[in-house]
Design a protein around this ligand. Structure first.
Ligand SMILES: [Zn+2]
Length: 104
């Protein structure tokens, strides 16, 4: 404890580029079971810029673990692109199936 938080400034995590440490750390509390005391943990948050230009504050552990790799909009776009790909595949499968039936 007491160690200085790792500086992520300038590092890339997926589409994120870390611009600098955020003004406020993310604070969470939990109960220490050994003595019943409430302890608070502060997690560094980072000001990041996505490749699309959007900026957001991201919790450092989410960057390092890969849970956050791009902004909200880009993530939604990726999800809908994946859905389109899946739907297109499903559509092709149905067409092939219908052609097979037509051949019989
Ligand atoms: Zn983005």
């Amino acid at each position: 404890m007491g160690r200085h938080a790792l500086d992520l400034t300038g590092k890339r995590f997926g589409s994120w580029t870390v611009l600098g440490r955020s003004y406020a750390d993310y604070t969470s509390t939990s109960v220490d079971f050994r003595n019943g005391m409430i302890v608070s943990h502060s997690t560094p948050r980072w000001h990041c810029r996505c490749d699309c230009g959007a900026e957001d504050i991201v919790i450092g552990s989410n960057l390092k673990s890969g849970r956050s790799t791009c902004c909200y909009n880009c993530r939604n776009k990726k999800i809908s692109e994946a859905q389109h790909r899946y739907q297109r595949k499903a559509h092709i499968a149905i067409e092939m199936f219908e052609e097979e039936i037509a051949d019989v």
